[in-house]
Design a protein around this ligand. Structure first.
Ligand code: ADP
Length: 592
């Protein structure tokens, strides 16, 4: 499994590499585009928050400028009448032009001794119930004297001693000492409308000094202080008048009093109760008349949705598709190339085989020519000799003539055998071999052949012995079986080195077995299979004649009978050829 996987991977390495490269490029491009989208989103958000904080500060500046202008009305004038002040604020159109402003007014700086006179004056001016509140014994009071617009809510502020409240007092003291506008932190306005949802608020105080020229030292400022012009603001109305990109539709703003985010100090939020959408967030601090405010800008889901882009998906999808195509194309190319290589290898193999076959054939032709030439030469010599004897004057030597004719006959037989072998090979190759089956007794046949070889064996000084204790009859082709045994026995004599040759016949009810054993040169293991092939020889034709066809024909004939031929041999120790034959003859094709 794992090796097949490994080979699969190896075969497709180039295509996989192309796929990998494609995927890497796709991943890179997608990341790049995504980065671009998120940078663009961040840029939009940063621009909006910058606009928002600038707008807030500009608004605070404009409101402070308005308060400074209001102070100018009082500077240097002996007394500003309530009517005059109202006319002034009406001309400013404070409520319309300065959203979030609840009250503009003046608080007088009074010492303890001046309180009674102040209250008396106010009662005289048409406020019979007037008194300074809350009643607290302290050295200085900052009492609200003028307030506009003069409605029910603001009316409540008249007579309020601002010094009585610590948060406001701190702002007053800062303003007095610095001569600059000073804001309170988060407060609940005294004039907060009772008929509306309560909002957080803050107040800005601008100190008012006696004389036309502003005092420059804290001490002089304390001495010449006359009061404070103040502006009271409702936070929600104040902030919601701001305009910047996305405010309250896609971007939220929350403002805290102080330099840190803390829920109790929250002045305003444009998304009360909304959960954090987990988008972008920007926190910055601005200075508001001497106190820090923390602004927190956050994005709504709508902002993220609006700035989302389908480009990364398009790029990723397109890239994946391209990678896949690249993979398929590369694989197809690699496969085509492998096929072409295979075909050319097959072609080379066939060409090599053809060349080898031609070589074998040429070799065979030269061997065959040599083999045929030997008996032919001898035949020709004998015929010339006979011819000369016949032409000789005088009586014919009958014995000599007989010997000559015998030699001629022997050579002719040898030639016939060679030609028969060649014919057999041709017949076997074309499948035209037909067996004539009859009952043959194998022991008998072996003994008869041994008798035929007797002369040859004697001439070679070889003892040829047959051991066939029991009759072994089977349905075989007698002539072809003769051919098989003749081949094996003549090889045993030829390659047997003059040592004894044994032929044994054995078998059982089913099968017969013939063993031809010699004690001659033997066959090397690497040649054992080859010697049964056509034209194959394990010895040189210079030492031993032969066409290399005998064993080929032998094996073909044995197999045609449904049998097998085996070889047991060791070089230098001799060979044993063992032929197994089914006694019932060759079975129908396919059962052999
Ligand atoms: P040939 O004998 O004509 O060469 P064969 O087909 O009969 O052809 O034998 C093929 C080869 O097998 C021989 O050339 C020889 O090398 C080897 N061979 C056959 N029989 C024997 C044997 N009994 N002992 C050793 N070698 C043998």
């Amino acid at each position: 499994m794992s090796t097949s996987l490994a080979s699969h991977v190896r075969r497709n390495a180039a295509a996989l590499l192309a796929l990998l490269m494609g995927l890497l490029v796709t991943a890179g491009a997608t990341t790049y585009i995504r980065r671009g989208v998120s940078l663009r989103r961040q840029q939009l958000f940063d621009d909006a928050t910058a606009d928002g904080s600038v707008a807030l500060q500009q608004r605070l500046d404009v409101y402070q400028a308005m308060l400074l202008g209001t102070r100018g009305v009082f500077t240097g004038s002996e007394a500003v009448e309530r009517r005059e002040f109202r006319a002034y604020t009406e001309s400013l159109e404070v409520r319309q032009r300065y959203p979030g402003i609840q009250a503009v007014g003046l608080a007088r700086w009074l010492s303890r001794d001046e309180l009674a006179r102040h209250e008396a004056r106010m009662r005289q001016e048409g406020f019979p119930q007037y008194r300074v509140w809350p009643e607290d014994a302290r050295e200085h009071h900052a009492v609200v004297d003028l307030v506009e617009p003069f409605d029910v809510n603001n009316l409540r502020v008249l007579g309020f001693d601002i010094m009585s409240e610590p948060a406001r007092r701190a702002a007053l003291e800062r303003a007095m000492r610095s001569g600059l506008p000073a804001a309170t932190g988060k407060v609940q306005l005294v004039s907060e409308p009772l008929d509306q949802v309560a909002q957080a608020g803050f107040v800005i105080y601008v100190p008012l000094y006696a004389g036309m020229v502003e005092p420059t030292t804290p001490q002089a400022r304390g001495e010449r202080l006359e009061g404070f012009v103040f502006g009271a603001f409702r936070m929600k109305d104040f902030v919601e008048g701001l305009r910047f990109q996305g405010f309250q539709s896609t971007i939220d703003l929350t403002i805290y009093d102080g330099a840190t985010v803390s829920e109790p100090a929250r002045l305003y939020t444009s998304h009360p109760g909304a959960p954090d959408a987990g988008g972008l967030r920007q926190q910055l601090t601005v200075q508001v008349a001497g106190v820090p405010w923390t602004l927190v800008f956050t994005t709504r889901e709508a902002f993220m949705r609006g700035t989302r882009s389908s480009h990364p998906f398009t790029v990723a999808g397109g890239g994946l598709l391209m990678s896949l195509l690249l993979f398929l194309v590369t694989r197809a190319q690699v496969n085509a190339r492998a096929l072409a290589e295979q075909a050319s290898a097959e072609h080379r193999r066939l060409a090599d085989e053809a060349q080898a076959a031609v070589r074998v054939r040429d070799e065979f032709l030269s061997v065959a020519a040599h083999e045929l030439r030997t008996p032919l030469t001898s035949l020709k010599l004998q015929l010339q000799l006979l011819f000369r004897q016949l032409r000789q004057p005088g009586p014919l030597d009958a014995e000599r003539l007989e010997r000559g004719v015998e030699t001629c006959e022997r050579q002719t037989t040898r030639l016939t055998k060679l030609v028969d072998s060649l014919l057999d090979v041709a017949r076997l190759s074309s499948g035209r071999m037909e067996l004539q089956l009859e009952d043959v007794e194998l022991g008998e046949l072996v003994r008869e052949l041994a008798r035929r070889f007797e002369a040859e064996a004697q001439a070679a000084g070889v003892r040829l012995e047959v051991d066939a204790p029991e009759p072994m009859t089977g349905r075989w082709d007698r002539l072809r079986l003769e051919q098989v045994l003749t081949n094996l026995m003549s090889n045993a004599l030829k390659y047997g080195h003059g040592a004894p040759v044994d032929v044994r016949v054995r078998g059982d009810a089913e099968r017969a077995r013939v063993e031809v054993q010699d004690r001659g040169i033997g066959i090397a293991p690497e040649d054992a299979a080859r010697v049964f092939d056509r034209f194959e020889r394990a010895v040189s034709s210079r030492h031993y004649g032969g066409l290399g066809l005998g064993l080929f024909i032998t094996r073909q004939l044995v197999e045609a009978h449904g049998g097998r031929i085996l070889l047991e041999s060791r070089p230098g120790e001799g060979s044993t050829f063992i032929v197994h034959l089914p006694r019932a003859g060759p079975g129908p094709p396919g059962q052999k």
